[in-house]
Design a protein around this ligand. Structure first.
Ligand code: ZN
Length: 343
């Protein structure tokens, strides 16, 4: 009970990629880059294990970005035709590749780092993939001409990839869908259907991470204007509760998502964001514990997994590690209280 995990990414070592930025350029090339990714994956596992995280990830050390890392190995996606596009409903601009032909996976995308991670940890291993709706929101398209058709085409490829990762021994496949809190109606119209296609037939646990984004300025500014209560999830939680996805990852640390909304996720595992990725301060274990305690009124301890709000890719490494330690210490405080409770 109260097993800890992380949303997915961790900062990369400075010798592998430029620190403290998204889409950070690699500092190595060719075989050196492959070796660097290998070594950084081991470090990410070791740091999570030492912090006491129960369900670990590869830290996304082998991909430049959580969406484009997947797209780089897909036929039909042209990285030579990059355009600047407003993403997440024009919250910020990104340089994105273009779909110019039928989509086809040319081979495994993430088997390299999944195999390394599986070989070097005995803990349960979670692997993250971008969700179909978020991919569609982070790419230009001159071929399909229809968002839903494009999402379904990506979902099929994601499913092939996820099946291979499961065969490698991954215990949880998590689809990252930050677009889910931007396009509420589309989530119920086709977002969850696309997610189901991506998760079809998987024998491992499945999760979806929804969030208010990395701790970058564009997101922090956006959140400042969202008002005193963030109720975006009210519309999509009942649909997620009715979905075939096992676990839902949500941001609850320093967030204005009303905690009672978790009650709408009845029956699902909740990966509870209890670490703020937008703050430069390491949480006190008591603060983590307080977030977990608030959630316990709406989610039973067996279904609650203390987690980070979002990925930590753009953060400084010592800060990220400090936050992992705080997460585990906070979860342990609540665990001790529950186990020590008479009766
Ligand atoms: Zn996130």
């Amino acid at each position: 009970m109260l097993e800890t995990t992380i949303a997915g990414s961790l900062p990369k070592p400075v010798w592998l990629a430029k620190p403290r930025m998204l889409w950070a350029p690699w500092q190595l090339a060719g075989e050196d880059l492959a070796e660097g990714k290998h070594d950084a994956t081991l470090l990410a596992l070791k740091e999570q294990e030492d912090a006491g995280i129960d369900i670990v990830t590869d830290g996304e050390q082998a991909r430049q970005h959580f969406v484009h890392g997947f797209l780089e190995r897909i036929d039909g996606v042209d990285f030579g035709r990059r355009v600047t596009m407003g993403i997440r409903n024009n919250r910020y601009e990104a340089l994105v590749p273009t779909v110019t032909g039928p989509l086809r996976r040319t081979g495994s995308v993430h088997a390299f780092e999944a195999e390394i991670a599986r070989a070097h940890t005995k803990r349960r291993l979670k692997f993250t993939l971008p969700g179909p709706m978020t991919i569609v929101d982070t790419i230009a398209d001159t071929y399909y001409g229809d968002k839903v058709a494009l999402a379904m085409a990506f979902a099929e490829l994601l499913n092939d990839e996820a099946r291979e990762l499961t065969a490698i021994g991954v215990d949880v496949i998590q689809f990252d869908e930050p677009a889910f809190n931007v396009y509420g109606e589309a989530v119920t119209e086709w977002g969850i259907a696309a997610l189901h296609r991506a998760a079809e037939g998987l024998t491992c646990k499945t999760a979806v991470h929804i969030c208010y984004g990395y701790g970058i300025k564009a997101n922090i500014d956006w959140k400042a204007g969202l008002g005193p209560e963030w109720r975006h999830y009210e519309a999509i939680f009942p649909a997620l509760a009715a979905s075939r996805i096992d676990q839902i990852s949500v941001e609850c640390a320093g967030s204005k998502v009303p905690i009672e909304l978790l009650g709408l996720l009845g029956g699902k595992d909740v990966l509870l964001g209890a670490i703020d990725v937008a703050s430069e301060r390491v949480e006190k274990p008591e603060e983590v514990a307080a977030t977990v305690e608030r959630a316990l009124s709406f989610v039973p301890a067996e279904r609650l997994f203390p987690c980070t709000n979002c990925g930590m890719a753009p953060m400084g490494r010592p800060l990220a590690i400090g936050k992992l330690v705080a997460l585990v210490a906070g979860a342990a405080l609540v665990h001790a209280r529950i186990s020590g409770r008479p009766g």
